[in-house]
Design a protein around this ligand. Structure first.
Ligand code: PHE
Length: 369
């Protein structure tokens, strides 16, 4: 390094002239004042207070000045840089405060606003219908009974008067469980009736049994390998077919309204004798669509009647298998598919809609909880 040049006059170094230092300072202060965001302020800081800013470059020149000029130039440049840093800090503080205030407003959440972002769930219409049916019977003194879906073959068939070789076994296409002995997926809820009788030491027995049942049906618009039944069983002294008819009439009234006739058609089930199919007058057209092409009815296909399910007086052999004395007690039973009932009650055209869980199907049923 060369020796200090005594004759060197600081004012001759352009960047260190007082007016020039003041200009650099004022330019910096103006830029700081003009910065309207923190990002802009950061750029201003690099430009006017960074290592390569005019004031920093001027500062580097000081070292080469003679001692007497050094002090003067150092003081002026130092003051200018101090003023710039102070202004930067003040502007940063102001901009930060502004940003914080803005964020508070922009991101404010009104916690009192109502929201439906998470729509409330509801019970499936099938569940609601099963409950409604169960309510009709519990109001008459019945209790709800449930049983396993994987059932002993004996309870599903044998105890219901369908021995191993009984031809009626083929009426219900059965899922058998692999590698098990005599265990099936129940084909109906009738085994729950046997369980209820076995669980009671002595009648009366009044039970309603809703539940899922299984048959090897193909899935299509009117069939499903898994569907739902409700069965009821009454065992008491002196019960007759008239009690069965009166009970069914009451159920139809409770579920579909007043004034709808019911009828029994002779039929066959191994577990009831006599057996019948039970129909009700169509609740939609009240029979008026029959022979009346101008007023076709979708609900009953203009037949006037809707088939509800099978019923009959409990076969004495079934009572005996369940430990009930048929000399003293008699009983009636009724069973029907509630998926089918949901379909005709609400004009559901495709059974698969009931099982697929699409809310577009279930929403119109409302929000029964
Ligand atoms: N369990 C019969 C079925 O699923 C229905 C039924 C129940 C018939 C009670 C008569 C009496 O086919």
């Amino acid at each position: 390094m060369s020796a200090p040049n005594k004759s060197y006059d600081p004012v001759e170094v352009e960047a260190l002239k007082p007016a020039e230092v003041e200009r650099m300072r004022d330019e910096a202060l103006a830029a700081i004042a003009a910065a309207s965001t923190l990002d802009e302020l950061q750029q201003v800081k690099v430009a006017h207070a960074g290592d390569r800013s005019p004031l920093a470059l001027a500062n580097r020149e000081i070292g080469a000045l003679p001692p007497h000029a050094k002090a003067d130039a150092g003081k002026r440049v130092g003051q200018a840089r101090g003023a710039v840093n102070k202004a930067l800090a003040a502007r940063r503080e102001a901009l930060e405060a502004e940003r914080d205030a803005r964020v508070l407003v922009d991101e404010a959440v009104d916690v009192t606003l109502p929201t439906d972002r998470y729509p409330r769930g509801a019970r499936h219409p099938l569940t609601s219908l099963a409950d409604r049916i169960a309510d009709v019977f519990t109001a008459m003194g019945y209790s709800v009974a449930e049983g396993p879906e994987v059932e002993a073959e004996w309870l599903n068939f044998d105890a219901l008067n369908m021995g191993p070789d009984h031809p009626a076994r083929t009426m219900q296409d059965t899922f058998f469980l692999k590698d098990t002995d005599s265990v099936v997926l129940r084909t109906h809820t009738s085994p729950v009736q046997i369980r209820s009788m076995l669980a009671t030491s002595e009648p009366p027995v009044y039970v309603v049994c809703p539940g899922r049942v299984f048959r090897t049906d193909e899935l299509d618009a009117t069939h499903s390998p898994v569907f739902n039944q409700v069965e009821l069983l009454a065992v008491d002294e002196g019960l007759t077919m008239a009690d069965l008819k009166g009970t069914l009439d009451h159920m139809v009234r409770a579920l579909f309204g007043e004034g709808l006739a019911t009828r029994l058609r002779p039929s066959y089930f191994p577990f009831t004798e006599p057996s019948a199919e039970m129909d009700m007058v169509c609740f939609a057209c009240r029979g008026e669509s029959v022979g009346n092409p101008d007023r076709p009815c979708r609900t009953c296909s203009s037949e006037g009647w809707i088939e509800l399910g099978g019923c009959g007086m409990v076969n004495p052999r079934v009572l005996r298998a369940a430990g009930v004395d048929p000399e003293r007690y008699s009983g009636f039973a009724f069973g029907f598919g509630i998926d089918r009932m949901l379909m005709f009650r609400h004009n559901v055209e495709d059974m698969r809609d009931i099982f697929e869980g699409d809310v577009r199907f279930t929403l119109p049923f409302g929000m029964e909880i």
